[in-house]
Ligand binder design. Sequence first.
Ligand SMILES: O=C(O)c1[nH]c(=O)[nH]c(=O)c1Cl
Length: 309
Amino acid sequence: ISIAATIGNEKYEYPFINAAGVYDETAAQMNEILDSQAGGVTTKSATLVSRPGNPLPRYFNTELGSINSMGLPNQGLDYYLNYIEETNTDKPIDLSISGTSMADNLKALKKVQSSNFNGLTELNLSCPNVIGKPQVGYDYDAIEDTLAAVFEFFTKPLGLKLPPYFDLQQYDAVASILNKYPLTYINAINSVGNGLVVDAETESVVIKPKGGFGGIGGTYIKPVALANVRAFRQRLNPEIKIIGTGGVSTGKDAFELILCGADIVEVGTILAKEGPAVFERLDTELKAIMEAKGYQKLSDFRGKLKEYQ
Ligand SMILES: O=C(O)c1[nH]c(=O)[nH]c(=O)c1Cl
């Protein structure tokens, strides 16, 4: 089953995978996810050459979520292409790409296009932590220029990892760009960029890079993820599927995202906290909710969030 098939699948088939960047930098980590009850695995966002990332500490868990300024540490695109080549699994592997320039994004996608990988590629337009680089996802012209250039040559299934948007006009503007391109899916949302966590006891920030500013994940951001999934479902062509990401730590959270229109659900912070065993818990909890409500498959309730009754 490819994630594309899972994304469109009718049956309940393990709709949970890891968000890019969490528990996925090395082959050993990705194998643990494949061996768990996850429906597939997403690679750490890859750059053309490997990167050490930002100085440590660069990740911190709080009671309600997490803050990170990893800085795109990864083994480089060739490592992940080789991993995919060498790993025989019937679960889909989603290859995440995050160049630090448009030129690098195009070079990476050209490499994927000429490789014999035919699974899903996810172009990350929303890394908030590359020092000195703005998020492409907040620059409408950059999104447009990138997609126009990519679809000159890229013919394989492509998804986009988007940053959170916070204004209805932003949803309108971005959706009208995305609807012009043959995207397989969008993944909403990435972390809420450049938040700050303070330790009142030590009177200090909790991560080293960028003065302590970093992407916020976890329970804090669930309402933002629900809104972005709902808003894009209401605006995007139906053939553009949606991976819902952000703030999911229980089966109920996942049920809510699917109700807003998510085809499958990704988890980051809760995976970092609990490890790959979390996938079994989430599956069990979601199945129990479906059972209690008499739903057999995700499409029985996907996108069916009601207006206020
Ligand atoms: O700092 C990171 O590596 C990072 N951290 C995030 O929260 N989202 C991203 O897309 C990336 Cl690329």
